[in-house]
Design a protein around this ligand. Structure first.
Ligand code: ADP
Length: 468
C-alpha cells in the first residue's frame, strides 16, 4: 500500500523508529536484569555454600550439622521457605544426619560429582522440584587438599521468574501505550507542521494565468515552508512579468500590423471609388506596395525574434569577412535617399574575419546604420568603422544625432520601444530594429554596447568573438 499523505508517512516512520528503539532498549534492560539477578543468586549460593563448608571444618564425617536457617538469613536477608540443602560424602552418598527439608529431591548429577571430584563447583537449574526451577550449586569441601565431602545448596528461582514476569508485563503495557501516545502526538504535530502546505496548495489552485498577481501567504518565520512560499512567490512574479510582456508584445505587434493594413485598405478603397488615370493607379499601387513592404518587413522581424527566442534561429557558420560586410552596408546606405543630407563616412576598417552568418551580420549593421541616419538631423555625421579589440571584433556606428538619456538607453532594446524624441520625428520604425540586432549579435556569442548623450550623438559598438 502506498501512503499518499506525507503526514501519514511521517507518523508511520516515526512510530516504527520508536518501536524499534523501545524494543532495543527493553531487550537490553531485560537482558541486563536477568543477568544481574542470576549472577546475584549464584553469588549468594556460593557464599552460603562457603559459610556452610566453614562450619564443617573438621571434615565431613565428624562435623555437626550447621544452622542452615541462620546461614540463609545472613546471606539473603531472610530464610526462604523453599531452601534446599544436602551433604554428600566424596563418593556422592547422602549424609543422613543433616536436616533436609527437601531431602532426596535434589539430584546429584554425574557431571556435578565429576566436577566436585576435581575440586570445581557446579551451578545447575533443576526443574520439577517445585512450581519454579531451582538453582542448585554443588560445591566440594576441601580439607588439606582433599575433597572430604560435597555441599549442595539450592534456591527456588521464583523471585527471578516473578521479577522477569513483572518486567515483561510492565513492558507489554507501557510499550503500546507509549507508542499510541507518540504516534498520536506525531500525527498532530505533523498536521500542524504541514498545515501551511495545505494552505499553499489551496492558494496555488486559485492562481491561474489570469490571476498571477495573487501570492502565497508567507509566514515570515524563515523556516523551510516560509522559504518555499517566498521562492514560489518570486517565481510567480517572474511569470507575471513574462505574461505581461507577452500580452504587451501581442498588443504592440497587432497595433504595428494594423496601421499599415488600415492605410493599405484606405488607399485601395479610395482607388476603387471612381475611375482613375493610369498614372494615378500607378501612384496608388506604388504606395500600396510600400505599405506591403512595411508589413513584410515587420513580419520578417517578428519571425526572426520568435525564432531567436525559441532557440531555433537558423544561422550559417562560415568565415565572414567583416570588412567586406562594412563596405557593403556603407555602399547600400550611401545611395539611400534618406542618407543624402547626412555625411555618411567610412572610418578605419581593419581586415577582420569571424565565423558566422554573413547575411544576418549585414542585417545587424544595416539596422544600426539606418538608425544612425534616422536619428541624426541633416548636416550631421554617421561613421562606420571596424577594428580588432583583443579577442573581439568591434563594429562601430557613431552618429552626431539626437542621442539618448541614460534611462532611454536602458529601454531601447525592448521590443517596440521608441524614445519620445524618435516617436515625435515620425520616422516610421516599429521599434524592433535594435532587438533584432541584439538577437543576431547574441546568436554569434557577442553583444551590443552603447554610449550616448542627448543632443550629442550615440555610438553603438557590436562586439563579436573572433574565435567562436
Ligand atoms: P526603430 O524602428 O524605432 O528605429 P529600433 O529598435 O531600431 O527601432 O530603435 C529603438 C529606439 O531606440 C528608437 O525608436 C530610438 O528612440 C532609439 N534609437 C536607436 N538608435 C538610435 C540612435 N542612433 N540615436 C538615437 N536614438 C536611437
Amino acid at each position: 500500500m502506498r501512503l499518499r499523505s506525507i503526514r501519514a508517512r511521517l507518523t508511520l516512520w516515526y512510530t516504527s523508529l520508536l518501536t524499534v528503539t523501545f524494543l532495543l532498549l527493553g531487550g537490553t534492560a531485560y537482558g541486563l536484569l536477568v543477568y544481574s539477578l542470576s549472577h546475584d543468586m549464584d553469588a549468594a549460593l556460593s557464599s552460603v555454600a562457603e559459610a556452610l563448608a566453614k562450619q564443617a571444618p573438621r571434615g565431613f564425617a565428624t562435623s555437626s550439622p550447621p544452622d542452615i536457617d541462620e546461614v540463609f538469613r545472613r546471606f539473603f536477608g531472610f530464610s526462604p521457605l523453599d531452601r534446599y540443602f544436602e551433604m554428600f560424602d566424596p563418593l556422592g552418598r547422602r549424609d543422613p544426619r543433616w536436616p533436609r527439608p527437601h531431602s532426596g529431591k535434589m539430584p546429584l548429577t554425574p557431571a556435578a560429582l565429576k566436577n566436585a571430584s576435581e575440586g570445581l563447583p557446579t551451578f545447575e537449574s533443576v526443574e520439577g522440584l517445585g512450581q519454579y526451577p531451582v538453582r542448585v550449586l554443588t560445591m566440594p569441601v576441601i580439607e588439606a587438599g582433599r575433597v572430604t565431602g560435597l555441599i549442595q545448596v539450592g534456591m527456588s528461582q521464583e523471585s527471578l521468574y516473578e521479577t522477569r514476569r513483572r518486567f515483561l508485563l510492565t513492558m507489554a503495557t507501557v510499550l503500546p501505550l507509549g507508542l499510541l501516545l507518540a504516534g498520536g502526538g506525531g500525527w498532530v504535530l505533523a498536521r500542524r507542521a504541514l498545515k501551511p502546505v495545505d494552505r499553499m496548495t489551496e492558494a496555488a489552485h486559485r492562481i491561474s494565468a489570469e490571476h498571477l498577481a495573487e501570492r502565497l501567504e508567507a509566514t515570515g518565520s524563515g523556516d523551510e515552508l516560509d522559504r518555499l512560499a517566498k521562492t514560489l512567490n518570486e517565481m510567480l512574479s517572474r511569470l507575471d512579468a513574462a505574461f505581461r510582456q507577452i500580452r504587451q508584445f501581442s498588443a504592440d505587434a497587432s497595433h504595428e500590423l494594423q496601421t499599415p493594413l488600415t492605410i493599405l485598405k484606405g488607399e485601395l478603397e479610395v482607388a476603387l471609388r471612381s475611375p482613375r488615370s493610369p498614372d494615378e493607379y500607378q501612384r496608388i499601387l506604388k504606395s500600396a506596395l510600400e505599405e506591403i513592404d512595411r508589413i513584410a518587413h515587420l513580419v520578417e522581424g517578428l519571425l526572426l525574434l520568435a525564432r531567436a527566442d525559441a532557440g531555433v534561429l537558423r544561422m550559417d557558420d562560415r568565415p565572414v569577412d567583416l570588412a567586406h560586410v562594412v563596405e557593403e552596408v556603407y555602399a547600400q546606405a550611401k545611395i539611400h535617399p534618406r542618407a543624402q543630407p547626412i555625411d555618411l563616412r567610412l572610418g578605419p576598417v581593419e581586415r577582420v574575419s569571424i565565423q558566422g552568418d554573413h547575411e544576418r551580420l549585414r542585417r545587424l549593421l544595416l539596422n544600426l546604420v539606418d538608425n544612425g541616419i534616422k536619428y541624426t538631423p541633416p548636416g550631421g555625421k554617421v561613421t562606420l568603422s571596424l577594428h580588432r579589440d583583443g579577442e573581439w571584433a568591434a563594429l562601430q556606428v557613431s552618429d552626431t544625432g539626437i542621442g539618448l538619456t541614460p534611462e532611454e538607453q536602458e529601454l531601447i532594446f525592448q521590443r517596440f520601444y521608441r524614445a519620445a524624441e524618435a516617436r515625435s520625428r515620425g520616422d516610421g520604425g516599429a521599434g524592433l530594429g535594435l532587438c533584432i540586432a541584439r538577437s543576431i549579435a547574441e546568436a554569434h556569442g557577442g553583444s551590443i554596447q552603447i554610449t550616448s548623450a542627448p543632443g550629442h550623438g550615440s555610438t553603438f559598438t557590436v562586439l563579436l568573438p573572433l574565435h567562436s
